[in-house]
Ligand binder design. Structure first.
Ligand code: CP
Length: 324
């Protein structure tokens, strides 16, 4: 693997999943790959899981890790080309990324969208600027439009729950419903875009998106996925319920008021096939999902967050093994 920015960097999803399950079964068994290697992690936005799971993943592989919270831990960075830097910014991204990539063998990068200009966010202008300046392979720690380490962890979690056996994949499709849920703030589409992009490629999954009208995601990520506008109808018989809020893609960044409450409740979970509740976290309790669900055996959010370690570790392993 040369980089990890989307599912398109994965040659074979089933093989990557098999590798992740193997790594999870023996997390310290691959330390030769990370010996004398350093993973750099640069965050332009906050994180709990991605930051800590990536550090743990590097440690499991016998590699070092450093983290930089850009702007907070460092000089204030200038992003613009040709700027006369006589204002508040102290260091240009051009030097900063070249220097940071000299200090590591793989560079993880998190850059959120501004949710102002669709074209700017969807061209991944900021992420690509960093990628182009880096002299080492780049891993997305979430970009403006995608969060592939999260989606891979979600796949590992679902695979574990169904006792997935690569030699004998499920004969009946597993019903996975990604449902839009309410949130008081405008959120990016990165997690749902990525989830759709991954799960439309898994042939043992029957994938549905439940959402209100006006929240259609970019079709280049949903690949003709089944979209249902009635949440309760969509949840019937689901094996996995993946809740997430996102702002409108069409009316870019907008929140469209809803008459019905899309919060995931225990009564809605009862419509499922004893389905499991998933969320990438952080989650707003009693807004996105009721306490009763999160605190019940329906919820597998902690297992899902734990698998962020093995998703990152597998990706770092696949990149590091190709380096000299
Ligand atoms: N799910 C996720 O990426 O969590 P953080 O934003 O805390 O890293």
């Amino acid at each position: 693997m040369k980089q990890f920015i989307s599912v398109n960097d994965v040659e074979n999803i089933d093989q990557l999943l098999e590798k992740a399950l193997e790594i999870k079964a023996d997390p310290f068994g691959q330390q030769a790959v990370g010996k004398n290697k350093t993973i750099g992690l640069i965050f332009f936005n906050p994180s709990l899981r991605t930051r800590l799971s990536s550090i743990k993943a590097a440690y499991n592989l016998g590699a070092n890790a450093w983290v930089l919270n850009a702007g907070a831990d460092s000089w204030t960075l200038e992003m613009g080309d040709g700027t006369v830097m006589n204002g508040d910014t102290q260091e240009h991204i051009k030097e900063a990324i070249q220097v940071m990539s000299a200090y590591c063998d793989v560079l993880g990068v998190r850059t959120f969208p501004k949710l102002e200009q669709k074209e700017e966010d969807y061209s991944e202008a900021m992420f690509n600027k960093v990628k182009d300046l880096s002299s080492v392979p780049v891993v997305s720690l979430e970009s403006a439009t995608l969060h592939p380490l999260q989606s891979f962890a979600d796949l590992i979690t679902i695979a574990e729950k169904i006792n997935y056996n690569p030699a004998n994949p499920p004969k009946e499709k597993v019903k996975v419903v990604m449902t839009w849920a309410p949130h008081p703030r405008r959120l990016p589409q990165a997690v749902p875009n990525s989830f759709a992009e991954w799960f439309t490629k898994v042939d043992w999954v029957d994938f549905t998106i439940a959402q209100p009208k006006g929240y259609e995601l970019d079709a280049k990520f949903t690949h003709g996925a089944n979209i249902v506008y009635d949440q309760e109808e969509a949840l019937k018989g689901a094996d996995f319920v993946y809740a997430k809020n996102w702002s409108s893609y069409e009316d870019y960044g907008a929140i469209i008021p809803q008459e019905k409450d899309w919060q995931v409740t225990i009564d809605k979970m009862k419509l499922t096939n004893d389905g499991k509740f998933m969320h990438c976290l952080p989650v707003r309790r009693n807004v996105v999902v009721a306490d009763e669900v999160l605190d019940s055996s329906y919820s597998i959010v902690i297992e899902e967050a734990t698998n962020r370690i093995y998703s990152a570790q597998t990706v770092f392993h696949e990149i590091l093994k190709g380096l000299k």
